[in-house]
Design a protein around this ligand. Structure first.
Ligand SMILES: Cc1cc2nc3c(=O)[nH]c(=O)nc-3n(C[C@H](O)[C@H](O)[C@H](O)COP(=O)(O)OP(=O)(O)OC[C@H]3O[C@@H](n4cnc5c(N)ncnc54)[C@H](O)[C@@H]3O)c2cc1C
Length: 326
């Protein structure tokens, strides 16, 4: 119920635009690394200095206008230039919907091609983040098309999907990030039980470590991390075949510890004003994350917003006709 609540909030476009207005004034900087390129480069340099590489996400959601998608593309191109000019250890994570997947497939493909082409000139990797089930196949299609021309692309496998193993095998020769999955998905396509998701997550990670090109294990779950450490040792899997990934601002001590133990570590660094949906999904995953940011993020203004949204959400649940929202 609490998870549904926060996922409901993450999809609320009114609250999304309201949050944008406040920028990072509400203190979301503990999980968002700045609003502009100089700020994010500064954060990357700090992480690099601690032996941590970065994947940069120029935050953006609910893109339904071509101008917005073009603007997002231009911003990502600028981030690529900044990574190159500053010689920082970083690559890009992006969401196909931000580049226009909900507007027109070919328009999105062309935007992505421009980004992947420029990044390829500088040897920068581009990861296609995976969103909800409705965008899964189109995102793989985009990857298929672009990987015919470029090899600096990869994507994400979400362990809650029944077809995750099938996609893992199909894309085993790509650099893949494996995650549990962040969206609300129906039983028709995805495991609902945490235990089933966790078991599948481990199974996929092990399979890709043994058979895949390069595995990014993206989790804050210390049990999974400890399991992977044992597994790679037992199976003589060299450190250059995998890395751990976590989100900026989460479990910083563990991030540093893993890096200092000699594991490749990559922090997912989101930046920009459009932090709201991203942040709500983090709360949906783990309401205790509220502790991390409660003091800074939740002031009178946000509490009112959340209160309004809670009422809307409850009303919505009472009136909805049984159709589940993802
Ligand atoms: C780098 C990165 C990229 C991602 N990209 C995508 C993507 O493209 N698409 C997508 O759908 N999802 C993505 N996700 C989100 C992912 O799918 C999960 O929703 C998210 O990571 C939560 O699951 P978890 O594995 O971290 O552990 P959880 O299942 O949330 O937690 C398991 C256990 O770990 C411990 N734990 C977790 N968080 C903390 C914390 N902050 N402090 C202390 N203990 C903690 C607790 O004991 C908890 O019970 C990404 C996640 C990361 C880290």
């Amino acid at each position: 119920m609490l998870r549904d609540f926060f996922i409901g909030l993450s999809q609320n476009q009114f609250l999304n635009s309201a949050a944008k207005k406040y920028g990072l004034k509400m203190g979301a900087q503990s999980v968002v690394a700045g609003t502009n390129i100089p700020e994010v480069i500064k954060s990357i340099k700090e992480l690099n200095a601690q032996g941590i590489s970065c994947t940069v996400d120029n935050l953006g959601e609910f893109v339904f206008k071509k101008e917005e998608a073009t603007e997002a593309k231009d911003q990502i191109l600028q981030v690529i230039e900044a990574i190159h000019e500053n010689k920082v250890d970083a690559h890009i994570s992006l969401k196909p919907t931000q580049l226009g997947l909900d507007i027109e497939y070919d328009f999105c493909l062309n935007n992505l091609r421009e980004i992947v082409h420029r990044a390829n000139e500088y040897g920068i990797f581009i990861n296609f983040d995976m969103e909800d089930y409705g965008h899964l196949q189109p995102s793989f299609d985009l990857l298929d098309e672009l990987s015919r021309e470029y090899d600096n692309v990869g994507t994400v496998i979400q362990a809650y999907f029944y077809n995750a193993q099938e996609n893992l095998e199909k894309y085993k020769n790509y650099r893949l990030r494996i995650v549990k999955g962040a969206y609300k998905e129906p039983e028709e396509y995805a495991y609902q039980d945490k235990k089933d998701i966790d078991n599948n997550f481990i199974k996929l990670i092990e399979w890709h470590l043994l058979n895949g090109k390069f595995t990014s294990i993206a989790t804050h779950d210390h049990r999974v991390i400890n399991h992977v450490k044992e597994f790679v040792k037992k199976n003589d899997i060299p450190n250059d075949k995998f890395e751990f990934q976590m989100l900026y601002g989460f479990r910083k001590d563990l991030q540093l510890k893993l890096a200092s133990e000699g594991y490749n570590f990559c922090t997912y660094v989101p930046f920009g004003n459009d932090w709201y949906g991203y942040f709500m999904r983090r709360l949906a995953e783990r309401p205790q994350n509220l502790n991390l940011v409660a003091k800074q993020v939740f002031n009178k203004k946000t509490n009112t917003m959340i209160g309004l949204a809670a009422s809307a959400f409850v009303l919505g649940r009472m009136t909805k006709n049984g159709k589940k929202k993802r």
